[in-house]
Design a protein around this ligand. Structure first.
Ligand SMILES: *[C@@H]1O[C@H](CO)[C@@H](O)[C@H](O)[C@H]1NC(C)=O
Ligand SMILES: *[C@@H]1O[C@H](CO)[C@@H](O)[C@H](O)[C@H]1NC(C)=O
Ligand SMILES: *[C@@H]1O[C@H](CO)[C@@H](O)[C@H](O)[C@H]1NC(C)=O
Ligand SMILES: *[C@@H]1O[C@H](CO)[C@@H](O)[C@H](O)[C@H]1NC(C)=O
Length: 741
């Protein structure tokens, strides 16, 4: 085995006295002996963090230069896309350990995201560069596993010695869940890239056995889909998209496969999927959320068992594309130390594992909490080309509108978007044409799928404009200008990746696939050919106290005018909701909140903005806040802000004061977990957590159970339990169900 031990002494040149390495009392060589040859156990340090990650922050923010591609490739596995979040509460000043959000990140100085690392002022740099700074919250033992064997060894070692594990893939978690001081960090970046190695797998309906090996294809065929892909626990979306693109290019009769995934190439299909998975870029409104794409999970659980599991009993439900999951079957690998997978032995587990509950919990209950996922099988869909449509609605006539008229124009555009996406029948748009389009926050074009989808979108807009010309004329816009806009042709462009939809007229850009649209140009000096990184690394946390609020589609439709004026115009809202995400792609055994299924948009509202009004007026209009035993989940799991909290526990109409310290906020305000999942669903997840991970080996920030662990009155869990929780809403077997496996 290869050991890459960088001693702490080398890296701690800054400090006069060397610190004892974390848990150097433990027999780490026992773990090393059980690792595969290519796995690396790193002794990392704050010095490594600065040396490896600071360099990336010395690149300019523009031109795809500063990127997670660079951070993820660093050898220590420590780099974070939110630089200061290597420190407690993302704050580095050791003299002010407990401060409020309003005190700012690094004392009063605002380190701008655009600033180079080398430009940061010397006082602040002194805090960052001091390895004995008590604010530092980085793990110093990092395992880079390359096979399931390594993950099993790590978890068993952690179990034997009562260690906590933090698990990281892309490190994109906005809630700081990916790494934690005083834990063994398992960074999956070097893990087997199954999607890259194997590509899409076609399902042959005549060659399926009852074994779990064939379960992904069986479930896929039950959904009328003929191909699947296995994704490694350390692969990112960029790699998956590349694998699909390569397979498509190799087809003799045209592209064949489509995968529904995330916008950023550096985001992982693991954390993205397990928090829900919003796809505004790859037809999520037609194919569902990330959780809806999963066919089978392979993971190593806190009990050290290497398992795989997936639905083996389901029933067709009228009106659903996705069969309802009735039963989940799982097996344990009796030979987890075999690196040759063909020698793995899948058999009944030695102890009972509630696989139904795990299937429910992992898909929607967040990454990093239930064990380490080593691979997943995802659904593939029939290929469709991408047509990106500019959202510059006033194209051709923008110069002729004054500010008030531009507002009136964008108001009409807003109401059009609402109806096009959430009530297409009301403007004579076919549901499939509506579902074909969506966008993530910050994009400036609709991503529509299917030949002619862009033209149909444009057609619908021109018709709407014509039908609503009166309201524009009422705003003083001349009839000529409106006619000019309606007659304004649109450009159809192909293959120009530097296209800027905002500056073009009503352009439609055609691409073979999403990766082509976001590929970094080949002449880029930093990361040519890779998929774009969104957002780029920054110093502070993304969103901080910002709240990504899910706005119910019903409310939007009942209050279209109000919604059109309240909801920030594109590109500041997220439109990956409605369409089939409402329900027909839901297998009815996942933990994604109802708020996600019922949402129209997700919008970013900083809680600092009119916070009391938000909780006294806005939220009660959107959600039922009258049941004191069930606070509703209303925050989007994928983009929850690190410091987002609900209202006061004692008064749901009052916001959690930003002036309070984190400790005060945690004690007196409704937790981040509760506002993501809602009280009832969170309780069920917590009950499952107690069974799957009774000792909280996985206790990541903001994750299920993380706030419980800190409750001093919580009795320690020692007993091993195999008792199933009484699962709310548990499916009952139906005689109509088709039996499988
Ligand atoms: C980030 O997570 C660490 C634990 O890993 C915690 O100590 C810290 O308070 C967290 N920061 C925030 C802002 O939640
Ligand atoms: C740098 O910023 C810190 C924090 O705002 C401030 O206290 C300090 O005076 C500044 N130091 C220098 C050298 O500018
Ligand atoms: C190491 O592997 C041996 C079998 O090869 C096993 O008995 C032992 O439990 C393993 N130790 C750990 C910490 O995984
Ligand atoms: C299954 O897919 C094929 C090809 O896309 C389609 O023609 C057929 O109507 C689908 N069948 C069902 C039951 O959805």
């Amino acid at each position: 085995m290869k050991l890459s031990i960088k001693t702490f002494f080398l890296a701690s040149a800054f400090s006069t006295a060397a610190h004892a390495a974390w848990r150097e009392d433990l027999p780490w060589s026992d773990l090393e002996e059980n690792l595969s040859d290519s796995a690396i156990l790193v002794d990392a340090s704050a010095g490594d963090y600065l040396a490896e990650c600071g360099g990336e922050y010395d690149k300019p923010v523009d031109s795809f230069a500063r990127s997670n591609h660079g951070l993820q490739a660093q050898p220590s596995g420590l780099c974070l896309p939110h630089f200061f979040c290597a420190f407690n509460n993302c704050m580095v000043n050791p003299d002010q350990p407990t401060r409020s959000i309003t005190d700012g990140l690094v004392d009063t100085a605002n380190v701008q995201d655009t600033q180079l690392y080398s430009e940061i002022n010397s006082t602040i740099k002194g805090w960052i560069d001091d390895p004995s700074n008590p604010m530092l919250n980085l793990p110093t033992k990092v395992l880079l596993p390359t096979s399931a064997r390594d993950v099993v060894a790590a978890i068993r070692f952690a179990k034997d010695h009562g260690l906590e594990i933090s698990v990281k893939n892309s490190g994109h978690s906005y809630t700081n869940a990916s790494s934690k001081g005083n834990t063994l960090l398992v960074n999956m970046h070097q893990y087997i890239p199954y999607a890259t190695n194997l590509g899409p797998i076609d399902c042959d309906p005549d060659a399926l056995t009852d074994s779990l090996e064939d379960q992904p294809c069986k479930l896929s065929l039950a959904k009328n889909k003929t191909a699947v892909i296995r994704v490694g626990g350390g692969e990112n979306w960029g790699q998956v998209y590349k694998s699909i693109q390569n397979a498509n290019k190799a087809q003799s009769d045209g592209y064949k496969y489509h995968v529904t995934g995330g916008a950023a190439a550096t985001v992982s299909p693991m954390g993205w999927t397990f928090s829900g998975g919003l796809s505004g870029t790859t037809a999520g409104r037609t194919f569902g959320f990330g959780v809806d794409q999963v066919l089978q999970l392979e993971m190593v659980l806190p009990n050290g068992q290497h398992v795989k599991f997936g639905p083996t009993e389901w029933e067709e439900v009228e009106g659903y594309d996705m069969p309802k999951t009735l039963a989940v079957t799982g097996l344990c690998n009796a030979e987890p130390f075999e690196t040759d997978e063909s020698k793995w032995v899948w058999e009944d587990c030695p102890e009972e594992i509630p696989f139904d509950d795990l299937w429910f919990a992992v898909r929607g209950g967040g990454g990093g909490s239930w064990g380490i996922v080593t691979s997943i099988y995802l659904q593939l869909h029939e290929y469709m080309p991408l047509e990106r449509v500019s959202m510059k609605y006033s194209a051709c006539v923008a110069d002729e509108l004054d500010d008030d008229q531009a507002y009136a124009w964008s108001f009409v555009a807003q109401t059009f978007e609402i109806k096009f996406l959430l009530d297409p029948a009301s403007i004579n748009v076919a549901e499939a044409d509506s579902n074909a389009c969506g966008w993530p926050m910050g994009d400036n074009a609709f991503n529509c799928y299917g030949d002619g989808s862009g033209a149909r979108f444009n057609e619908a807009w021109k018709t709407y404009l014509s039908d609503n010309r009166q309201s524009l004329e009422d705003a003083g816009i001349s009839s000529d200008v409106i006619d000019e806009a309606i007659a304004c042709g649109f450009d159809t462009l192909t293959g120009d990746t530097n296209f800027d939809p905002f500056s073009a007229s009503t352009a439609i850009m055609k691409f073979n696939d999403y990766l082509e649209a976001v590929a970094i140009p080949d002449n880029n000096p930093y990361y040519p050919g890779l998929g774009m990184d969104i957002p780029q690394p920054g110093y502070g946390p993304t969103f901080n106290d910002g709240a990504n609020v899910l706005v119910p589609a019903n409310w939007i439709l009942e209050n279209i005018d109000l919604a059109a004026s309240l909801i920030p115009p594109n590109p500041y809202s997220y439109r990956a909701f409605g369409g089939k995400t409402k329900g027909s792609t839901n297998d009815q055994l996942n933990s994604l909140s109802d708020a996600h299924r019922n949402a129209g948009y997700m919008i970013s509202i900083p809680h600092a903005y009119n916070p009391d009004e938000f909780f006294s007026t806005t939220l009660p209009a959107w959600y039922d806040t009258t049941n004191e035993d069930d606070f509703p989940g209303y925050i989007g799991g994928n983009h929850a802000g690190i410091n987002t909290r609900g209202p006061l526990k004692s008064d749901w109409t009052k916001a959690c004061p930003l002036e309070w310290t984190k400790e005060e906020r945690d004690e007196n305000c409704i937790s981040l977990q509760e506002i993501i999942w809602g009280t009832k669903r969170l309780k069920r997840l917590e009950a499952i957590k107690e069974i799957i991970d009774p000792n909280y080996m996985f206790d990541c920030n903001g994750c299920v159970g993380n706030n419980l662990r800190k409750d001093p009155t919580r009795p320690p869990t020692t007993a091993k339990t195999t008792k199933k929780p009484v699962a709310a809403g548990k499916t009952t077997k139906s005689t109509k169900s088709a039996k499988h496996a």
